[in-house]
Design a binder for this molecule. Structure first.
Ligand SMILES: Cc1cc2nc3c(=O)[nH]c(=O)nc-3n(C[C@H](O)[C@H](O)[C@H](O)COP(=O)(O)OP(=O)(O)OC[C@H]3O[C@@H](n4cnc5c(N)ncnc54)[C@H](O)[C@@H]3O)c2cc1C
Length: 398
């Protein structure tokens, strides 16, 4: 059968691409190949509301009526196994083959584990899919003692949700600081203080971890200590689902290389969301905002080559305890951090030598994030401004 547009991946980016194609007037066939059985949904609630609410429901991207109106041809739950870019076909796990005029890769990533023993253990959990959240929630309800492996954003959010539920949490991080790859040392220290205040036993710079394979309990050995937990959640990052694109000969670096319009090295194939490398920053941003907005821009460009591309500054947020944390931009080596402390929360400005802002991390201050977006866009020199002085009005720099 001939399909016009095939989307591989029924996650957030795939969903926004499908909706945008229809919103922009595409009336050809759209096929969605999705490994998961669910309708399009968002993942951020999985580490927050889905673990805390009494009866959480699937965090749908669109209402059932809206999704129905998109008139999609679903192939689910099925995997796309291979792409033949010459024949322009996609081979599915049931042996079927789909033809495309244009193909969109929205395959996201999968949770990483330290090794095979961890994968097989009944009390080891990861959190990527809706059913992962349901399984973890059930276990948390029976747990008193939880180990979290990995002090990145997801590990910290799970720690916050578990503490809110009254569970004792030990968090193991092999790096010397929390979220070290994405924020400055001052921000890591702030995160550490917040979690310690909430009673999390944070072990940064911890040595190698070993899991007792034969024990039905989650027993961890670290630096000569043997500790028993009710469950272990691993949040050590994701492996991006790059294989399909790479095997089809697409250019890949840290992710699939795309231009600002989401086009890969094959002009008939586009990539969006976690799996796609930010065209300007050369890295995979892996955030809700990128999954939505880069997918929207790409879908528009699939229909109109003159459509403007996507060049937003990376932005993500995290909710932990009572804190809304927003991270705008990527810290650059050699930058200096200016810290501003206010009652509602703190602001961490990372400045280049020429005074331009490369990152703002804002605790409970979305207004300043909006302002900082403008400073970044205009390349404003902030060197002479007393950003760290709480008496100085940042709004005067509008
Ligand atoms: C628990 C959690 C909490 C998060 N919280 C935040 C947050 O607070 N703030 C924030 O900014 N970001 C957050 N994120 C990140 C954000 O959710 C992701 O960046 C976003 O989901 C990426 O969307 P995507 O569509 O690219 O990938 P995904 O949502 O992973 O969707 C990819 C889909 O493709 C499917 N697939 C893969 N390979 C195939 C194949 N071969 N055939 C068929 N289907 C396939 C997968 O099963 C999956 O359903 C969070 C992520 C997680 C996991």
């Amino acid at each position: 059968m001939t399909a016009q547009i095939v989307i591989i991946g029924g996650g957030q980016a795939g969903g926004w691409a499908a909706k945008t194609l229809r919103d922009e007037g595409f009336d050809g066939e759209i096929c969605v190949v999705a490994e998961e059985a669910w309708d399009f949904y968002e993942r951020p609630p999985l580490s927050k509301a889905a673990l805390l609410e009494a009866a959480p429901t699937l965090p749908r991207l669109f209402s059932e009526e809206t999704q129905q109106a998109l008139d999609l041809r679903w192939y689910r739950p099925l995997r796309a196994e291979a792409i033949d870019p010459q024949a322009k076909t996609v081979l599915l796990s049931n042996g079927e083959s789909l033809s495309y005029n244009m193909l969109l890769l929205a395959t996201g990533g999968r949770a990483r584990l330290p090794g095979e023993a961890w994968k097989a253990h009944p009390q080891v959990y990861t959190l990527r899919h809706w059913q992962d959240a349901q399984r973890l929630k059930r276990r948390l309800a029976e747990s008193q003692k939880l180990a979290i492996i990995g002090g990145g954003w997801i590990g910290l959010e799970i720690a916050a949700s578990a503490r809110k539920s009254g569970i004792a949490v030990t968090l193991f991080e092999q790096q010397p600081a929390l979220c070290m790859r994405s924020v400055s040392a001052d921000v890591s220290a702030e995160l550490l203080a917040i979690h310690q205040q909430q009673g999390v036993d944070v072990r940064t710079g911890c040595g190698a971890l070993e899991l007792e394979e034969s024990n039905a309990n989650a027993v961890i050995h670290c630096e000569g200590r043997r500790e028993i937990f009710d469950a272990v959640v691993v949040g050590i990052g994701v492996d991006l689902n790059l294989e399909l694109g790479r095997d089809a000969g697409l250019k890949t670096e840290r992710g699939i290389v795309v231009d600002a319009q989401g086009r890969t090295s094959d002009p008939a194939i586009f990539a969006v969301g976690d799996v796609a490398q930010h065209a300007a920053y050369g890295l995979c941003v892996q955030s809700w905002a990128f999954a939505q907005n880069q997918a929207v821009a790409t879908a528009k460009a699939m229909l109109d080559p003159a459509a403007p591309g996507y060049d937003d500054v990376p932005w993500l947020w995290s909710d932990q305890y009572q804190h809304n944390i927003q991270i705008l931009g990527i810290p650059q080596p050699g930058s200096r951090t200016v810290v501003r402390r206010e009652e509602k929360g703190s602001l961490f400005f990372s400045l280049n030598a020429n005074g331009t802002l490369n990152q703002l991390v804002a605790f409970n201050d979305p207004r300043t994030v909006k302002l900082a977006k403008r400073w970044m866009a205009s390349g404003r020199d902030l060197n002479a401004e007393p950003l760290g002085d709480p008496a100085f009005s940042l709004m005067s720099l509008r």
